[in-house]
Design a protein around this ligand. Structure first.
Ligand code: ADP
Length: 262
């Protein structure tokens, strides 16, 4: 609470009272702190790859390369870090666009079976590299889902990308759709390391990671799930996660089906 107090004065003579304005700034203050936190996080996330690019470039230029590490190894790190910087900037822009433009999204009827097949195909290189198997379990008579097709494709892509990224080689992933009471839930289940219960409530927050170094090494930006949540909630839908350490994780989102015409 903030109080602005101002003395009231007569034209001549001393003050005879005060007026006060009381304003609840706790909400404002919270927002301000969140914003500051976010800026600090972004700066840190951008600086980390830049520092490493700079270090490796300088080592190459000075010729102070450790002979046991071939030049190609240095170039590879520089390349990877550049790609990650690019993804990070792309994700940050995406989040900003989602936040500003969500009211204008056009809603389309989405065929979930097509969507799953499309995203599966798109991620084939990563899936093969990680040697995981992706099973699709979408009933043939599923209704059409109502949502912005591009944005929902982005949601499923982020979830499946994570499942692949955190799966052990040889792991199985299942993408499943279930319809109930006018809603469709799409689930992505993996056999990865799982998420500790204390992290579960925060997993959708920007830059919250269970293991920072692991996520970074695997190329993560820490923004994928925040984007998923923003998009689904802008649609009036719901996201959910269930997970057990050592067993795997199950991420899902629920949206309405296209209403039947009368
Ligand atoms: P990142 O780019 O780091 O993967 P995300 O926002 O997509 O960022 O995910 C946030 C964090 O949630 C990850 O760093 C990871 O710790 C955890 N996580 C997300 N998906 C999975 C999964 N399928 N299995 C285990 N951990 C996961």
């Amino acid at each position: 609470i903030i109080a602005h107090l101002a003395p009231l004065r007569e034209s001549v003579g001393g003050s005879y009272g005060v007026v006060g304005v009381l304003q609840d700034i706790t909400e404002l203050r919270k927002l301000e702190l969140l914003r500051r936190d976010f800026v600090a996080n972004v700066s840190h996330e951008l600086r980390t790859p830049l520092t490493s690019i700079q270090g490796f470039l300088e080592a190459l230029m000075d010729g102070t390369i450790d002979e046991s590490q071939p030049r190609d190894r240095y170039l590879k790190v520089i390349h990877q870090e550049t790609l990650r910087l690019n993804r990070l900037i792309h994700d940050l822009l995406d989040l900003a666009i989602i936040e500003s433009g969500k009211m204008r999204w056009e809603l389309n009827p989405i065929d979930v079976s097509d969507l799953v097949a499309r995203v599966h195909l798109k991620l084939k290189p990563q899936i093969e590299r990680q040697q995981v198997k992706v099973n699709q379990d979408v009933p043939v008579d599923l209704s059409l889902m109502l949502g912005n097709e591009d944005r929902i494709e982005q949601v499923l892509t982020n979830l499946l990308e994570n499942a692949v990224r955190y799966s052990p080689p040889g792991g199985a992933i299942t993408v499943k759709a279930v319809e109930e009471a006018g809603k469709i839930t799409v689930e992505v289940a993996d056999q990865g390391p799982g998420i500790p219960p204390e992290d579960l409530p925060y997993i959708w927050e920007r830059f919250h990671r269970v293991e920072k170094s692991r996520s970074r090494n695997l190329g993560g930006t820490g923004l994928g799930l925040a984007i998923v949540k923003q998009i689904i909630e802008a649609h009036g839908g719901r996201v959910e996660v269930r997970s057990e350490v050592g067993q795997g994780s199950n991420f899902s989102f629920t949206l309405e089906v296209v209403p039947a015409e009368n």
